[in-house]
Design a protein around this ligand. Structure first.
Ligand SMILES: Cc1ncc(COP(=O)(O)O)c(C=O)c1O
Length: 397
């Protein structure tokens, strides 16, 4: 059978495959510690589960409008207005099956052959592949650990060509944990206006933020920039609802309408029951999020402290999301019984085999010098994982 060329352009999500490998090892009875997966260890809050039970009991189990129910769109409108001072009407909101699906709908509606899309690197693994699947070209823009991974005006301008269509920003960022300042966002906004670019602002980690920093959406910088921005968000991370698959977009009407058409011909509506649950999460879930973020903060400090105490490893303190992204290049060229560590992937492979600890190598995020560890797992697991990693790392020659 001859497959479409686009199927050969992409690879399976590396974060999902590593998590799957760790789970498969655990299923064989091995005691694997998982620092790879990108989801909160907290259970979905009861008030959200209750809303889902009620939806089922009330028979809210049929098709909904393909673009999502009005009640949820209006909950998104209210959230954006009360929390961010952004005004949208419900025709500017699309509910999809997770933020990943929202991003995919955007890529389908916006990109075509010849388009270039700028992605600050390190980046979330699915951005380039979604662009490639839609025949466009991802253009990586390097950002640097020593500068807190901010996008520099000069570097961004150097990447722009007549073919540049959009830039994807992600603050707080997966994998670096960096959050963009107002100044950095303003520079990106100025350049986007000057070159007529669309901004895709992935704000899925908006509420998982530390040290008193407040999340800033680039769309809040003024009406001109809001008119060329599509915000991507969802309930997966903030309300521990990764399995419920609800994401949303807020943006220009014409773009949202095109995305809604695409969705109506592909997935149809996101799950009716999850939509009802997401209404309650957005409306009443914030106490839960605050509690969870407080605990993540404690783990963040612990994990980053231990990383920095390890010779050959250095890790800036992330200010958002729930990942540490240490530079491990100081461990390169060290040897173990099975070979030599030369890349982040080698190190991740060694840690999985020797310490039974799953971490994600930095390569699929755009860096061969880093690994990503999630601290969205219990303190006890983090401590146990660290002991094993330290034992494995001290064995290196
Ligand atoms: C940066 C980023 N954007 C989007 C998503 C997708 O989230 P969802 O579970 O809502 O599809 C993730 C999930 O890992 C993410 O890390």
């Amino acid at each position: 059978m001859k497959l479409a060329a686009r199927a050969g352009r992409i690879v399976p999500s590396p974060t999902l495959s590593i998590t799957a490998t760790a789970k498969a090892m655990a299923a064989q009875g091995l005691d694997v510690i998982d620092f790879a997966s990108g989801e909160p260890d907290f259970d979905t809050p009861d008030l959200v589960k209750d809303a889902a039970h009620t939806a089922i009991k009330n028979g809210f189990t049929k098709y909904t409008p393909a673009s999502g129910i009005d009640e949820l769109k209006l909950a998104v409108v209210t959230k954006l207005e009360t929390e961010q001072g952004l005004r949208y009407d419900k025709a500017q909101i699309l509910i999809s099956c997770g933020a990943k699906h929202t991003l995919y709908n955007i890529a389908e509606a916006l990109f075509e052959h010849g388009d270039e899309v700028i992605i600050p690197s390190p980046f979330w693994v699915s951005y380039p592949d979604q662009i490639l699947l839609n025949d466009a070209t991802p253009v990586l823009l390097d950002t640097h650990e020593a500068e807190g991974y901010v996008v520099r005006r000069r570097d961004l301008e150097a990447k722009i060509t007549p073919r540049t269509k959009a830039i994807i920003i992600n603050s707080p960022c997966n994998p670096t944990g960096a959050t963009y300042t107002r100044e950095c966002l303003q520079e990106i906004a100025d350049i986007a206006e000057r070159h007529d670019l669309v901004i895709i602002s992935d704000e899925i980690y908006e509420k998982i933020i530390y040290d008193g920093i407040r999340h800033i959406s680039i769309a809040t910088l003024g009406p001109d920039i809001a008119a060329r921005t599509v915000i991507v968000n969802g309930v997966s991370k903030a309300y521990a609802m990764t399995g419920w698959r609800i994401g949303y977009a807020a943006g220009p009407k014409a773009l949202i309408a095109a995305m809604a058409n695409i969705q109506s011909q592909s997935t149809s509506n996101p799950t009716s029951i999850s939509q009802k649950a997401a209404v309650v999460a957005l409306r009443d879930g914030d106490a839960f999020t605050q509690h969870m973020v407080k605990e993540f903060d404690r783990r963040r400090r612990y994990m980053v402290g231990r990383l920095n105490a390890m010779p050959g490893v250095s890790c800036p303190m992330p200010t958002g999301a729930f990942y540490a992204f240490p530079n491990v290049s100081g461990l390169f060229n060290r040897a173990h019984a099975g070979g030599k560590i030369q890349t982040a992937a080698d190190l991740a492979g060694y840690l999985l085999q020797d310490a039974k600890v799953a971490v994600v190598p930095g390569e699929p995020f755009g860096s061969a010098s880093h690994i990503r560890l999630s601290y969205a797992t219990s303190m006890e697991t983090i401590a146990r994982g660290w002991e094993r990693m330290e034992t494995a790392l001290t064995k290196l020659d």
